[in-house]
Design a protein around this ligand. Structure first.
Ligand code: COA
Length: 322
């Protein structure tokens, strides 16, 4: 038994923050940001809009495209680093919105790899026969933990949500998933505080914010995402040329290009959306997947490699026959 992606959806908030907007606030330029990251704009959540609001929009789109009703869901897994509340977890908040109580619903935190982690877990529920309709969501309000006085991170992050529905299938489906973490790298990319520790004393700006050693994370991302390409291909005795589409985490165009090169895949076979929304953490892979499917590039039967790396450091991949 395999699990198969039977529906996808995504959501981006209406408000747009362009490179030109950032130029006015920070010592940076549109040319620098585009050349070093590929990002042109990010979408920023409205005042009063929440992580759960975005997750609901993406989830409803995925449920509709799967041709099911919310009450048919028997598992909800939400990957997020920016939950509305410490608890109840984001999965249950979303479940309440969808009006489908009863089934297990939980969230998990693996930073930008959170969607791949959530997908891997939901896949195992479906394969084990414990779920027939699993909703997997990545939703993120990074703008609320970005320090907009720090030009090295303020340019990178945005808000958004993406979702998929999984169902059982005799044919693959999700062929394999590969998850890794190395907590030894936690100082390279982290949030300065949390509910148990509180904000760092004397921190500016007040509240918890993202801190990142950009060039170290960049080098690590290129190495580890390249390595996981090799691992995924080898585990499935595949030739790299069998991959039809790379659907990578959308953090930096140069990291994506390096991974495509490792796969000997031309950029025309890579779904790139980073220019539109920057790094949306757990939302980025399902957002890109939804774009590639809805615009008709990704077709039924295509072989996809999904992958991501994030704070932790965590990283992971999924080989998927769409
Ligand atoms: N505008 C203009 N200059 C900037 C800048 C900005 N927004 N941010 C940094 N710089 C400057 C630096 O201060 C540095 O100046 P210096 O040479 O005078 O010291 C110079 O640009 C180069 O900095 P560096 O950090 O080496 O640049 P980079 O090419 O590595 O690009 C990132 C910076 C953040 C874009 C890049 O490192 C990156 O994308 N890292 C990985 C991010 C990522 O994927 N994170 C999330 C993983 S989930």
């Amino acid at each position: 038994m395999y699990s198969r992606i039977v529906g996808t959806g995504s959501y981006l908030p209406a408000k747009v923050l362009t490179n030109f907007d950032l130029e006015k606030r920070l010592d940076t330029s549109d040319a620098w940001i585009r050349e070093r990251t590929g990002i042109e704009r990010r979408h920023i959540i409205a005042d009063g809009e929440s992580n759960t609001d975005m997750a609901e929009q993406a989830a409803r789109a995925a449920i509709a495209s799967a041709g099911i009703e919310p009450h048919e869901l028997d598992l909800i897994v939400v990957g997020t680093t920016t939950p509305d509340l410490v608890f109840p977890n984001s999965g249950t908040l979303l479940q309440a919105r969808l009006g489908c109580g009863g089934a297990p619903a939980f969230s998990l935190e693996a930073a930008c790899s959170g969607f791949i982690y959530a997908l891997a877990i939901a896949d195992k529920f479906v394969r084990a026969g414990e779920s027939k309709r699993a909703l997997v969501v990545g939703s993120e309000v990074l703008s609320r933990i970005v320090d907009y006085t720090d030009r090295s991170t303020a340019i990178l992050f945005g808000d958004g949500a993406g979702a998929v529905v999984l169902a059982p299938s005799d044919e693959a489906g999700i062929i394999s998933t590969h998850l890794h973490a190395d907590g030894g790298y936690q100082e390279l990319l982290y949030c300065t505080g949390g509910p148990a520790r509180g904000p760092a004393p004397g921190s500016f700006p007040p509240g918890d914010v993202v801190r990142m050693a950009g060039s170290e994370v960049f080098r690590l991302a290129v190495t580890l995402l390249g390595r996981i390409v090799d691992e995924t291909v080898a585990a499935n005795h595949l030739d790299r040329s069998a991959i039809d589409w790379l659907v990578p985490h959308q953090a930096n165009l140069r990291i994506i290009q390096a991974t495509a090169k490792r796969l000997s895949l031309p950029m025309e076979r890579v779904i790139v959306t980073v220019q539109e929304h920057g790094n949306t953490s757990t939302a980025s892979v399902p957002l890109a997947l939804n774009v590639g499917i809805r615009d008709g590039r990704i077709k039924r039967g295509d072989l996809l490699l999904l992958q991501a790396l994030g704070g932790g450091i965590t990283w992971g991949s999924a080989l998927v026959r769409y």
